[in-house]
Design a protein around this ligand. Structure first.
Ligand SMILES: [Zn+2]
Length: 277
């Protein structure tokens, strides 16, 4: 499943490519044909994103926002205009570039009230200026679940997925199994601030890099990591490999149905140290 930076990057790309102009809207596959017909020829006025939800707004009467959730396998790709490949649920094109949507969990036409409801129901998104991290901490603080599980809860931190949760815990040497209620406000503030920076960079670059310079391939004289899921990371999908910091074996175990990666030797803290930033 794409993490939030992918959705925010798509929102940015769709707005930059089509924003302010009239576009053709279609559903080559047919399942969104009626809704697409209502938007065809309208101006694409802007985009928005929260967590893993993408909104594309058109200048049309009534419901004029396409609400997309890619789910596990959905893809939205921009490319030079060409014949549709495969089952394209939604196509937006300006005669030169097409954005094609395949296999989304949701693609539906909604009004502004529904957009507001989705945003209000979402947890704070580190990539949104209006995010309130205190909402996430309130949820953490009343839960006995492990912090690693809570970080995947979209009501705690919207857009955070398996990579960001594993990496942010490693970067602060935090035990993944610390119960939420034992997590201090200082620890949450540290995690939140780091997520804001990591996710903003990932949005700009288009991949997730979490490794500090001192552990980079250049400094450690090791080959760069090759993995379609991310860039330089400490633990994500590195089970059985040596930890980049201590050399001991990175572990993996299922947690609430998703693989959790961590280094038991490095990640021993229940909270960030007093005075740590
Ligand atoms: Zn380690």
């Amino acid at each position: 499943m794409p993490e939030g930076h992918v959705i925010h990057r798509l929102a940015r790309d769709v707005a930059a490519t089509f924003g302010g102009g009239a576009v053709r809207v279609s559903s080559p596959q047919g399942r969104f044909a009626e809704e697409a017909g209502a938007l065809d020829g309208c101006e694409l006025v802007g985009t928005d994103a929260v967590g893993k939800h993408l909104f594309i707004r058109f200048d049309a009467p009534g419901a004029a926002v396409v609400h997309i959730h890619l789910g596990l396998i959905g893809k939205l790709r921009l490319h030079p205009l060409a014949a549709p490949q495969g089952a394209v649920r939604l196509r937006i094109d300006d005669g030169a570039t097409a954005a094609d949507l395949h296999g989304p969990q949701w693609c539906r036409l909604v009004d502004d009230d529904e957009v507001a409801r989705v945003i209000a129901a979402s947890g704070p998104d580190p990539l949104r200026d209006d995010a309130d991290p205190a909402v996430g901490f309130a949820r953490i603080h009343r839960s006995g679940k492990p912090l690693a599980a809570l970080l995947m809860d979209q009501r705690v931190a919207a857009g955070v997925g398996n990579i960001f949760r594993a990496e942010v815990l490693f970067r602060h040497r935090l035990r993944p199994d610390t119960p939420g209620r034992e997590t201090t406000a200082r620890t949450w503030d540290t995690i939140w601030a780091d997520l804001v920076g990591l996710m903003a960079t990932a949005t700009d670059v288009g991949r997730i890099d979490t490794v500090f310079e001192e552990h980079s391939p250049a400094v450690q004289h090791r080959p760069p990591r090759v993995d379609p899921h991310g860039g330089e990371v400490y633990v994500y999908r590195r089970a059985g490999q040596p930890c980049l910091v201590c050399g001991s074996e990175v572990k993996v175990a299922p947690l609430e149905g998703r693989n959790l990666y961590w280094c038991p030797r490095c990640q021993r803290r229940r909270n960030v140290a007093r005075g740590a930033s």
